[in-house]
Design a protein around this ligand. Structure first.
Ligand code: DAT
Ligand code: MG
Length: 232
């Protein structure tokens, strides 16, 4: 159990404990603590099972670290080392015509990704062919180009850790009848040839497609105020 030296120590500890339900006592080391309110000094022998001081507290933590061996705990740096990707999401002409643009944007917003580019755009045949160049040899390619150029699309650039794979999950399978309920295609579409939305299939294609559909100056760098509520 803890041993307190000094006659006023017990009173100081009592008042501290009322404000700080948990503290970082977790070893058998001896530590000196100064409480902010009374300035009295307390010496305590830490014990793993000291139930009055069971674990870490954000209220008491910084103060106690001054008197114990410094620990390296930098979650913000670890988070910043994670790869931030970009994906190109496009509401196809059927999505625009059917009035579900807001619903689709909302799903990515609610998930917590960052919108960095957005525009309504009537694309040319050349651009559609370049975008889908990997499918050039497919029998459905001409119909796909006609479909994509049949009316305005909504072009979006989204950013975030894991955004490419996550967006593909939010979008659902290529064939809307195979797409899970809860996904965009699963909820809003019935046919592959009218599957309402596009999402890049790799981080490399995310960058390539954003560069293809957006000109320089059309993308915004900004910091959403909700960032600390989305990532620790
Ligand atoms: P996704 O859009 O899920 O990435 P994809 O890249 O294989 O799918 O194909 C691009 C688009 O081409 C797809 O959204 C709809 C169309 N498409 C794909 N397969 C098709 C098929 N068998 N018949 C008609 N259209 C097809
Ligand atoms: Mg694809």
């Amino acid at each position: 159990m803890g041993v307190f030296a000094g006659t006023t120590a017990a009173a100081c500890v009592t008042s501290s404990l009322a404000l700080t339900p948990t503290t970082p006592f977790s070893s058998n080391k001896r530590t000196t603590i100064t409480t902010s309110s009374s300035k009295c000094r307390i010496r305590a022998t830490h014990h793993q099972n000291l139930t009055a001081f069971p674990s870490t507290s954000h209220l008491f933590y910084a103060k106690s670290l001054r008197t114990t061996k410094p620990r390296i705990f930098l979650p913000h740096l670890i988070a910043s080392l994670e790869q931030v990707d970009q994906t190109y999401i496009m509401v196809k002409p059927d999505g625009v015509q059917r009035g579900v643009v807001g619903d689709i944007i909302s799903r990515f917003e609610k998930k917590g990704f960052k919108l960095t580019g957005l525009k309504l755009y009537q694309c040319s045949k050349d651009l559609a062919e370049e975008h889908y160049k990997d499918l050039k040899l497919k029998s459905f390619f001409p119909k796909l180009i006609d479909y994509i150029t049949s009316g305005p699309v909504v072009c979006m650039a989204w950013e975030g850790v894991g955004v490419v794979a996550s967006a593909r999950k939010l979008i659902g399978a290529t064939d809307p009848l195979q797409a899970e309920p809860g996904t965009i295609r699963g909820d809003l579409a019935v046919q592959t040839g009218r599957n309402i939305v596009h999402g890049s299939d790799s981080p490399e294609n995310g960058k390539r497609e954003i560069a293809l559909w957006f000109k320089e100056g059309e993308l915004c760098e900004w910091t959403p105020v909700l960032t600390p509520w989305l990532r620790e």
